[in-house]
Design a protein around this ligand. Structure first.
Ligand SMILES: Cc1ncc(C[n+]2csc(CCOP(=O)(O)OP(=O)(O)O)c2C)c(N)n1
Ligand SMILES: [Mg+2]
Length: 334
């Protein structure tokens, strides 16, 4: 398995700063959610993507507003990077009526249709075929939209991952399959689930482009996404991007799951040294951005998160009388 180096040109500081800001917002939001789960103020199960922020930020930076993204149980980053409203996400996590799913979904059911987030769904691999459906619709209607399926390495163990790749390749659909390979599916390592560390080879088998990336390098992810979007938009069809990364927290909740697997502590030390946000900060410093400006951006992110927590706390609970609303589609005349 060879990790492709795609960083060929340096990007303008403004672009790097927007990556830094985007990743920091996700990190701070999830750190805060972790604290709120720990104190039991938030009761929804929360799967944190701390350590993996470069993937949603790098991919979504290459998308147009009308493009769609489809995520799973660990999707705060996908929702925020595609432009989902932070207040509405925080309120959803609190189960409030102002939440993006009216407080009915919690952390694992985020939705922002106006920003192209049509639903994150915790059934592992379930949104991969939905992204293919969105790609098919875009192609048939000639909208020029691209669909992105974000999923974990665990999702590639499911049959419909392969069915989806096959269909998308056959019809040359404008789809990006983004595998966030954090080396674990709950507590099972990749080695315990596969004979070979070769997820990317599924691309060749199904007849599409495939590439392995350093998923902690936001510039590499962005540049690979740009190339994949170009392929999608010019009728060359789908791409599989296997982004190697690591989640710092446990499978669910704020703890680090240090008791899981023999190597977790060593791996965590190693991957913390490859922090995507710190790498981006180093590039910005090297590009001449002052420590004061970086501190300012960091303080802004913290303040924005705190404002979202205040918004969520002050929001009303869903009204009990509405419990059965939005359960079934309303048909006229019924
Ligand atoms: C169809 C299905 N099977 C099992 C589960 C239980 N489950 C939830 S998350 C998860 C692991 C997913 O691992 P991966 O796809 O690698 O994503 P990660 O959690 O690492 O981000 C499992 C098995 C589920 N939600 N849906
Ligand atoms: Mg995983």
């Amino acid at each position: 398995m060879t990790v492709q180096k795609t960083r060929v040109v340096s990007l303008p500081n403004e672009q790097m700063l927007s990556f830094f800001r985007g990743m920091l917002r996700i990190r701070r939001a999830e750190e805060r959610i972790g604290e709120l789960v720990q104190s039991r103020e938030v009761r929804t199960p929360c799967h944190l993507s701390i350590g993996q922020e470069a993937i949603p930020v790098g991919i979504c930076a290459a998308l147009k507003p009308a493009d769609t993204v489809w995520g799973g149980h660990r999707s705060h980053g996908h929702y925020l990077a595609k432009g989902g409203d932070l207040n509405a996400m925080m309120a959803e996590v609190f189960g409030k009526a102002t939440g993006c799913a009216r407080g009915r979904g919690g952390s694992m059911h985020l939705v922002a249709p106006a920003q192209g987030v049509f639903g994150t769904v915790p059934l592992v691999a379930a949104t991969i075929p939905l992204a293919v459906g969105a790609g098919l619709s875009a192609k048939l209607q000639g909208t020029g939209q691209v669909a992105v399926a974000f999923f974990g390495d665990g999702a590639t163990d499911e049959g419909h991952f392969h069915e989806s790749l096959n269909l998308a390749a056959l019809y040359r659909l404008p789809v990006l399959f983004v595998c966030e390979n954090n080396l674990y599916s709950t507590h099972l390592t990749l080695k315990e689930r596969r004979v070979k560390d070769n997820i990317v080879e599924s691309a060749t088998l199904h007849g599409m482009a495939g590439v392995v990336l350093d998923g902690n390098d936001v510039v590499a992810v962005y540049q690979a996404a740009q190339q994949a979007v170009h392929r999608a938009e010019t009728g060359e069809g789908p791409t599989l991007l296997e982004c190697r990364t690591y989640r710092w927290r446990g499978h669910v909740g704020p703890a680090a799951d240090l008791e899981v697997g023999e190597d977790r502590r060593r791996e965590l030390d190693e991957w913390r040294r490859r922090d995507p946000i710190e790498q981006c900060r180093d590039l910005l410093s090297a590009g001449g951005l002052s420590a004061a400006r970086l501190a300012e951006v960091s303080a802004e992110a913290t303040e924005e998160i705190e404002a979202a927590v205040r918004f969520a706390r002050q929001s009303p609970d869903p009204d009990e009388s509405q419990l059965l609303h939005h359960v079934y589609a309303a048909r006229s005349g019924c």
